[in-house]
Design a protein around this ligand. Structure first.
Ligand SMILES: Nc1ncnc2c1ncn2[C@@H]1O[C@H](COP(=O)(O)OP(=O)(O)OP(=O)(O)O)[C@@H](O)[C@H]1O
Length: 271
């Protein structure tokens, strides 16, 4: 039942108790780093996320969140270190392909095919994950139903609101019942009610290891068992919500204690 982040403060502590959740590791990163030319986008880090656990990844622009998500999605090779997803250590392209079948990434800006309907979009995702043809349509409709869009299944994406399109992409990510779900800024464009509904959906995923990269401290507070703060490719903080809240320095800006804790962690490291 715990997200293990070696070396992390409070790695043993967790906020949400998820009955039925399994503790085995779904993703393990061992000394993973990434350079782009002379820029170190990600300094070496270890991390592990277990089934039924949510890791919140916070950091300002350019922190390395998307780089880390792409590495976890086995779409970007690390410069050093190893990635293991669902027991498969990614050593070559065929291992990466196998690992990708166990995971789903909802990217920051998911690509939408203009002529595709909501259902086409989810069916395409199901096809890329190798879901059997038999029963695929029904599985896809169920995924759309889960995000409240069954009635819009046949509508072209271009006729849906931004928030609806976001939910279609979430359905596409969930359709393969991934062991690892990677969500990059998933609530951008959602209104408050949709954001709350979205959080409820993530909370239901008891067997899935979820990583949520975001700027929104509120989403992290609501969902995460563990929090990792990245800045300029470095891990600035690891722990749980309560531990981030007590990091507050007297003049830290922010609307709430967690946001002030987050801002304090960032400013401490910059000074
Ligand atoms: N393909 C690339 N080539 C060169 N530099 C890159 C590449 N991808 C990312 N970077 C650089 O790596 C650093 C980390 O970028 P990344 O997109 O991972 O940050 P982020 O935390 O996701 O930021 P944001 O919140 O703005 O999306 C940045 O300095 C970025 O310019």
């Amino acid at each position: 039942m715990k997200t293990q982040m070696p070396g992390g403060a409070g790695a043993q502590h967790h906020q949400h108790s998820r009955p039925g959740a399994d503790s085995h590791s779904i993703i393990t990163l061992n000394r993973v780093s990434r350079d782009f030319g002379r820029l170190q986008a990600l300094a070496p880090l270890d991390l592990e996320v277990g089934a039924g656990r949510v890791l919140g990844l916070l950091g300002p622009n350019g922190a390395g969140k998307t780089t880390l998500m792409s590495i976890m999605a086995c779409e970007l090779a690390p410069s050093t270190g190893t990635v293991t997803v669902g027991g498969t250590t990614v050593t070559d392209t065929s291992a990466a392909r196998r690992a990708r079948r166990r995971l789903a990434l909802m990217p920051q800006r998911p690509a939408s095919v203009p002529g595709f309907s909501a259902l086409d979009t989810v069916e395409y995702a199901a096809w890329t994950k190798g879901l059997p043809t038999r029963g695929r349509r029904e599985t896809c409709m169920n995924a759309l139903d889960r995000v409240g869009l069954a009635a819009q299944a046949k509508r072209p994406l271009r006729t849906l609101s931004g928030g609806m399109v976001q939910r279609v992409h979430l359905a596409a990510a969930l359709v393969s019942r991934p062991a690892l779900l990677l969500l990059d800024e998933p609530t951008v464009g959602l209104d408050p009610a949709q954001r709350i509904a979205f959080r409820a959906l993530v909370e239901e995923l008891e067997d899935t290891a979820t990583v949520l990269a975001t700027h929104l401290v509120e989403d992290v507070r609501a969902l995460s068992d563990e929090i990792m703060v990245l800045d300029a490719g470095q891990v600035r903080f690891r722990g749980n919500t309560a531990e981030l809240e007590v990091q507050v320095s007297p003049d830290a800006p922010g609307d709430n204690q967690l946001e002030r804790g987050y801002m304090s962690v960032l400013s401490q490291e910059q000074s």
